[in-house]
Design a protein around this ligand. Structure first.
Ligand SMILES: C[S@@+](CC[C@H](N)C(=O)[O-])C[C@H]1O[C@@H](n2cnc3c(N)ncnc32)[C@H](O)[C@@H]1O
Length: 283
């Protein structure tokens, strides 16, 4: 009886939980605390069924010794939390729009640069980078500037949906009316983003704790890394933030989520407060 209960696919033994948690952590930086065992049980049980695996121990063995790249991608799709929407935390976008963009134009012009480079570092289904794209597209001051917007995520399924750029009413509920009218087509309740905005964003699959992947980018003016570090422990946060530091240009800017802080994580950024919004500036 006991052996049967232990091998039931619905629950994870403490020992297997720790090994699964460590596996996920090493790969992604995402740390599943002891009291969130149910989270892994809920999220992973479908993979077990689809793969015809008897229990989580077999899944762990499979992950360690025979999983393909696609199997690991499926794990990432399953364990990540992808909640997002357009103009999320709007105060940050207000500060980005004014005064930060003018400041960047000034700084870059002094360096002889006629471009602006932004990275949405955990972009989920695309609402964040497309919000940035709409703001840049409507800035008269940027008309003669080359605009580069990179957007990345570890989950391939959200990137597929981001590239499709079709949204429901939940996602667009904060979009200011002038942007909604200009850049979306309402097709029976599905909001289809215009090609003008879609074509401004380049999507990539980047794991924030993988140096080689992050270093594909360089010389960025602003990084948005919002609502992802909350899933990491301090060690993984430090790693991700130091990689972001390396790809920002001197004095470049970093936004984290409004409920997040880099206190105790790094001294390589100075918090600058603009209109009550904290922006981290590379020292
Ligand atoms: C809650 S969403 C945040 C989306 C957006 N930045 C926002 O604030 O609305 C978090 C995203 O981080 C991604 N993520 C988690 N771990 C990651 C990692 N190690 N590297 C890159 N992206 C990661 C998830 O796949 C998910 O799409």
């Amino acid at each position: 009886m006991i052996a049967l209960a232990a091998s039931s696919s619905g629950t994870i033994s403490d020992e297997v939980f720790v090994q699964l948690r460590d596996f996920i952590y090493e790969k992604t930086g995402i740390y599943v605390p002891d009291n969130k065992k149910y989270f892994l049980e809920n999220r992973l049980s479908k993979i077990l069924r689809d793969k015809n695996l008897r229990n989580f121990e077999d899944y762990l063995y499979f992950l360690k010794y025979s999983a393909t790249k696609q199997d690991i991608a499926k794990l990432y799709d399953t364990i990540t939390t992808n909640e997002t929407f357009f103009f999320r935390e709007p105060q940050q976008f207000e500060v980005f729009s004014d005064p930060l963009i003018s400041q960047i134009i000034k700084e870059n012009s002094q360096m002889g640069r006629k471009d602006i480079k932004i990275w949405s570092a955990a972009c989920s289904t695309g609402e964040e980078p497309y919000t940035i794209a709409m703001i840049l597209a409507d800035k008269q001051e940027l008309i003669s500037f080359r605009k580069e917007i990179y957007a990345s995520d570890i989950s391939e399924s959200v990137l597929i949906s981001a590239k499709r750029a079709m949204y429901g009413s939940y996602s667009i509920r904060n979009v200011p009316p002038q942007y909604l009218a200009k850049y979306f087509k309402d097709s029976s309740g599905v909001y289809v983003l215009s090609e003008t905005i879609k074509s401004m964003v380049k999507f990539m699959n980047i794991n924030l704790i993988e140096e080689k992947e992050v270093k594909q980018l360089k010389g960025l003016d602003v990084v948005f890394c919002r609502n992802v570090l909350i899933y990491f422990d301090d060690k993984a946060k430090k790693k991700a933030v130091s990689l972001i530091y390396d790809v920002l240009r001197p004095k470049g800017y970093l936004f984290v989520g409004t409920s997040e802080s880099l206190h105790n994580i790094t001294r390589a950024f100075h918090p600058v407060v603009i209109n009550k919004v904290v922006v981290y500036q590379k020292v």
